[in-house]
Ligand binder design. Sequence first.
Ligand SMILES: [Zn+2]
Length: 245
Amino acid sequence: MKLNQNNYYGRGANKIWFSVSQYKDFMKCEAAALARIRGEYNPPPTRAMLVGSFVDAWAEGTLDAFKRENPAIFTRKSELKAEFRKADEIIGRIKADPLFMQFLSGEKQKILTFEMFGVPWKIKMDSFSEGICITDLKVVQNFRNLPLWRYDLQGAVYQKGAEICGYGQLPFYLTVATKERVPNLDIFQIPQATLDMALREIGANIEHFADVKRGIVEPEYCGVCDYCKNVKQARIRNYNELLEG
Ligand SMILES: [Zn+2]
């Protein structure tokens, strides 16, 4: 199988290759991650994810197709819904900022596959400037919560993947726009020490996740995610345990 823009997110590809989002799925809940790979669990994208995809589609030059494929972003009067008007406003701000645009001016949606820690990986980079840097575009609520999304894991895999593919070690940047009333824009570099630490963390976890994915080891159920709630069976509990913690 050879990956392209049409089959990258497909089930066939997710079965073969690990991706950063699949790795994060396993961190959150192994059972849900496995069910997703097997096609037994398919949570629909949230509105917030759709806003991100709207801006991503603009950045890669496919916004018209995105609008055609997602009629849910329009009101009955064929106007953009409020959060997508916000996305339009953010795009306007980005276009007017030369440095931000420069960081997004590399090769768009570049796909690489490689082996790392003994398992196959796939990555798709928003903007890849050969010999210069790797950049990923994020639309978030505010700057403050940025580290909570663990973009260091994404940076670590993208950087190491490009290196394994022969492009050398490139710095990793996030071009970040916020959905605040007045959108904010900045470019964040993830420090090398942070990327190194994130990569070590992945190295420590991936073998177990790969065993679960292969079906050699049973997945753990987190017990609290939507998937786990969906497949669990009711049990008798002590009322007072709800008062603890
Ligand atoms: Zn779970």
